[in-house]
Design a protein around this ligand. Structure first.
Ligand code: THU
Length: 138
């Protein structure tokens, strides 16, 4: 996609910051907020939702993406993630992003403590990946 406009980039980060506050993370005490820009032009926010049965917990990125997909979207154009230390999406989330985003899609990582922002593409974070086109018969 084209580079994000400053306005949309700001909206993505602010949405992720907002959703970080809704984190349900009584076990890890590691709140995460995410925001996904979808093909419908809307920004979908998500937070991590843990569970006393640990593997049943959900990552913020996948909550945000699943909200966008549930509303009928099939393309995620950009993603922002906010944590207290600029943490990067886990491997499972990278693969889910890969399903719906191009390798050029920007992924913005924000450190809520010092405000530092880093930007990568999905291809940077998940090189030599497997995706939907690998199952294409054409
Ligand atoms: N977490 C996320 O929400 N996204 C990631 O990509 C990394 C990890 C959450 C899961 C769990 O609630 C907490 O952070 C600690 O792993």
């Amino acid at each position: 996609m084209d580079a994000l406009t400053g306005e949309i980039r700001k909206l993505l980060i602010e949405t992720a910051q907002h959703y970080m506050k809704n984190s349900y993370s009584p076990y890890s005490h590691y709140p995460v907020g995410a925001a996904a820009l979808a093909e419908d032009g809307l920004v979908y926010g998500g937070t991590n939702i843990e569970n006393s049965a640990y593997p049943s917990g959900l990552c913020a990125e996948r909550v945000a993406i699943n909200k966008a997909i549930s509303e009928g979207n099939r393309k995620i154009l950009a993603l922002a993630v906010v944590t207290r230390n600029g943490g990067s999406p886990c491997g499972a989330c990278r693969q889910v992003i890969r399903e719906f985003a191009s390798l050029e899609a920007p992924i913005i990582l924000v450190n809520s403590e010092d405000g530092a922002e880093e930007e990568f593409t999905l291809g940077d974070l998940l090189p030599r990946s497997f995706g939907p086109e690998d199952l294409s018969r054409e």
